[in-house]
Ligand binder design. Sequence first.
Ligand code: XMP
Length: 319
Amino acid sequence: DWTMGAYREEAIRLIREQVGDAKVICGLSGGVDSSVAAVLIHEAIGDQLTCVFVDHGLLRQGEADEVVTMFRDNYNIPLIHADEQELFLGELDGVSDPETKRKIIGRLFIDVFQKYANEIEGAAFLAQGTLYPDVIESVSFSGGPSVTIKSHHNVGGLPEKMGLKLVEPLRELFKDEVRALGRELGLPDSFIGRHPFPGPGLAIRCPGEITREKLEILRRADAVYIDQIRRHGLYDEIWQAFVAILPVRTVGVMGDGRTYDFACALRAVTSVDGMTADYYPFTHEFLGETATRIINEVKGINRVTYDITSKPPGTIEWE
Ligand code: XMP
């Protein structure tokens, strides 16, 4: 694609101009955006870049390994795997308000990046894979009281005390353009096609208080759901699919016993840019089979619902 080829060259020129001889650290989430940003920046400035993959304890099953392996095996980019689960889950303990969760996570990400930046001589920039929709959805409406739709953890600049400036080479792009740029940069198709995963991770798919028990149940249910979607050949038709664990236990029967376990909601949407979305019209057969599998395979869930809300008025995530 010649347009993306030109974009790539221009982006590389701008990154070099902005960064000079300084060192850059790049927050890698394992999603398409931050991976494309990392590879692009690496092309621009080589080993002036160090990536930091933060495991905040809110990742999906097997995700940390997948991301670290994919980067170590395919790219020669220095990568720090930061295990910060205790920090994040500790600070989130007992918190149920969605905006408070996001603010805590955003602050901790910055603390962690700062900590690693302090260890790198000459580190002056923090790179992120912020996209255009992230930028505009975080901006307050003008007129009337100021309402923020959501404070995306990775938008809004950095606190002044942080000695790092931002590098955001994807800030003008939509998701489909980032994917095109990723292809242009030679990222594997399987990686480019991954569903988006939000920086705050499973925290915003666990309405109410976050506990390790709920996260573990959520991970298992999500893995079964995504496996179902892949088996039925639907993964690439769907923009994003995930499970949310609901903050409610309900009664069920299993064998000759009564159960009292969590309910969950399946979410799957089609979208072009994440700004608007329609729920995916699964067949009842697919939904029934998936519910049965989740209840049989995931201890802790005894009821499955399907979220049929489009965006607007709903958002894609639950928080
Ligand atoms: P919503 O829930 O606002 O989500 O309809 C739109 C798209 O953005 C993703 N999302 C985020 N991505 N940091 C991110 O990197 C965030 O804080 C964040 N919040 C939502 C969401 O997964 C969907 O693809």
